[in-house]
Design a protein around this ligand. Sequence first.
Ligand SMILES: [Fe+2]
Length: 261
Amino acid sequence: MSLMQQIRTYPVPKHAVALWWFGQNGYIFKTPEGTLISVDLYLTDSCSCLNPGFNLSRRVPILISPEELDVDIFTCTHNHQDHTDPETIRNLRNKGTMQFVGPHPTCNVYQKEGIESGRIVPAWPQCDLEFRDVRIHGTFALPTDTTDLNHMGFVLAFGGGPKIYITGDTDDTPLLHEAARHSPDLMITCINGGFNNLSHWEAADLAGHIKPKVAIPCHYDMFPDNAADPKQFRSAMHIKAPDVAYHEMEHGKPFVYFGAR
Ligand SMILES: [Fe+2]
């Protein structure tokens, strides 16, 4: 059975959410009702040709091809190619059954890559969208360079169960603390520091302000020239967010989190 089929058939208990990591900021989340929502799926090696000065060849295997991807809601946090990948979107076979969510520059990519306009839903910081049993709250993210000034993050709320804050790529700013008003249970944060993203230290400081129960590092694994050691984040959390548990995910393996009952 392919990983996509395993995810489709995976049973998620009530008041829980299951998540799978595909490297960088790419995740699929599954609700107890079976809704699948993806974030920032990078399912090609298109970044390898972006800049001859950097080694951006993917290190994480492509665990699901764009052709076999079958989610209900496809989202992206901003318009950098490791998050909104035109080649991934172009090759989706199931684009006629998904909703496509993201900030306007991402919506332009959706349109250019053949998504019908009725399936494209713009998102922005502090927006509030609902699809089946998933609510998407837009959060602020500070752009990391001038190539895209429309970064954002999400707080995903799964039915009456857990909430997950995904920072997206962001520079450090106290404006990120606004996401704490959603009281997320989990926080998934970039920690790489490179290209002006949150460092492990800044990410741990943010975890101390957001106060989730668990913090999960990401965006350190995909590219040789944009890598970091997640253990540094774990160490920084001991100092900056001692009450927040650290969890490191394995690519392609399910992690089930139970919310308050
Ligand atoms: Fe990125």
